[in-house]
Design a protein around this ligand. Sequence first.
Ligand code: CDP
Length: 224
Amino acid sequence: MTKQSIIAIDGPAASGKSTLAFLLAKKLGYLYFDTGLMYRAITWQALHKEVDVSNESEVTKLANETVIEVLPSSVEDGRPCDVIIEEQDITWEIKKPVVEGSVSVVAAYPGVRAALTAQQRRIGLRGNVVMVGRDIGTVVLPDADLKIYLDASAEERARRRFSEMQSRGESADYAQILAKVIERDQIDSNREVAPLKPASDAVVINSSEMDIDAVLNFVLGLLK
Ligand code: CDP
């Protein structure tokens, strides 16, 4: 059906990138790889080890030492994969607001990015992969066969994250989620290394008025 072997999907917080990438990978029989979970896992590890997230050198050291295992999901609770650090299942822990509150600070450290980018590139270059993040098309896999930049208004993205949290039975406050989404985008877009932006050859999709099926069908159309 398709010759494209490396697909890069980037975009701001809660734009639906992960859902799109997961469905696309399933449809194509490709590996789904969410790079955001690696930045989240290092942030979780820093909080867990009581390392001050504003201590760049300590956090960078952690990023170089920590083995993040991403395995096929072992529990049917809606997770796309298991995320394990030191035998602890942190799959849902890394989605929590406490991690989300610090992840963009951690992800802005050049040494953290260097450590994680190298691992991501090694996996991506094997091919048959849908990789999702902020800098996949621009930095991690600049020669990707297809690059998508999935956007949506901040309000719509906050609404989606709100429903996601509610469906997991977590307490959620829309106004707070919106403020946090905007704050994270600001940090991600303005950092010096690998800022969030569309690659010059990316197909930009604004999904504010599209549901996930419409986005998926549009992307499948691009692959034909
Ligand atoms: O799912 P959501 O869009 O909310 O976030 P995510 O994709 O899990 O990414 C969490 C955070 O990790 C982002 O806000 C970025 O700060 C960072 N990140 C990054 O810097 N580069 C990537 N390739 C992926 C994530």
